[in-house]
Ligand binder design. Sequence first.
Ligand SMILES: Cc1ncc(COP(=O)(O)O)c(C=O)c1O
Length: 477
Amino acid sequence: MSTHIGPTPQELRRALYEAAEWVASYLETVGDRPVLARVTPGEIAASLPQSAPLKGESLETILHDVDRLILPGITHWNHPSFFAYFGISGSGPGIVGELLSAALNVNAMLWRTSPAATELEQRTLAWVVEMLGLPKGWFGEITDTASASTLYALAAAREAAGMDIREQGMAGRTDLSPLAIYTSTQAHSSIDKAAIALGIGRRWTRHIDTDAEFRMRPDLLERAITDDLTAGVKPIAVIATVGTTSSTSIDPVDAIADICERYSLWLHVDAAYGGAAAVVPSHRHVLAGCDRADSFVTNPHKWLLTPIDCSLLYTRRPDDLKRAFSLVAEYLHTNESDVINLMDYGLSLGRRFRALKLWMVIRAYGREGLARLIEGHIKEAQWLASQIDAEPDWERLAPVPFSTACFRHVPAGIADLEAHNAAILETVNASGAAFLSHTKLNGVYAIRVAIGNQATTHDHIERVWDLLRQTAAQQLR
Ligand SMILES: Cc1ncc(COP(=O)(O)O)c(C=O)c1O
């Protein structure tokens, strides 16, 4: 009897070839599958054994079970007709990067624990800064999500405000007034979550009203700051968004930066989705004013072809970030000086080698290829917007500065437009031909089409537009 535990090297090699074949054919044929999983809650769990197997099984059997048990419960984010939330791409080069990083399995907490992981991360992030036209010399690190990046940025802002919260905490202190942060009513919930986690509190997270195009109003921002100062509240940071989650609006970052300068506030820019558009030279303007930010986040796992997860946090004040987080246990002390130990710049000690996949994506597509893909998505969204605008029974609900359109069907004689549009959305999603999501803008229900998959072509956009119109007509019958 063999004493070997787990797959033999030969079995592993076979499984890797099989997995490679599986990935390639999945990517080739994913467009033929229904986008949205067609299972009921609990169905997948019910098909899985209650307990883990006692004896190891062959990788061949397990891979077979991925098709049989798992795929039916997958919503295909890599589908060219995935238009919900933000369309994304786990591209081939990114998938190869993930595979290799799992094989290397390095934990890049210290420079020493894998110098290449730290140095590749620094260099790749410097590439991205250059690609986006942002200031050279910003410190950057990779985190898992924009939510974590923003939490880190606001922790640095809180530390930079000079109240020694790191050492003294906040509870029970008579020398602390409430701390306030400012963002727009359109900002992502990750900002509120950061406020919850950092002890700022939702009450002191000021949501500033927006203009008719869903952009933060600087006049109202300044008024909220001065009101707070008068009331003895301490403002610490403003979070501007480039590409809001609902309508992809762009806050006036330059005007907001002026206010931040006037009141010595930390400016964090959330460009989780919109930042990638600046790779297209004609779209550099979307980041106007962002060079003045204290910190900035963008997510290659949204629109830069990198498999989830990969979020980039930049700051021009790395010392503040480090002061917020660095805590070096004895066993983590090393002799190297002048190296970056990435564990010093965030909450987690262990860190995945995410730079490898990002580096592979950037090299495999080149700046030009990435720009062409993103520009193509923007053009498709503009085409869709023009079709909506040309139809009297359809109404566009927001400008389309990126690759996302928000709109609704507004035929005469329908009392409940929200129910009507929600029914259109559900019917389209149930068809399996496309997956869309919705939002509300000024309380109005909007269907949302977000284009971001590398395999999406004009045909896919035409098809979803036809499907929407046919479905809307059927609803009226
Ligand atoms: C503008 C914006 N910020 C932050 C996030 C959160 O991103 P993550 O899922 O990486 O935390 C999103 C997600 O869609 C977003 O649209």
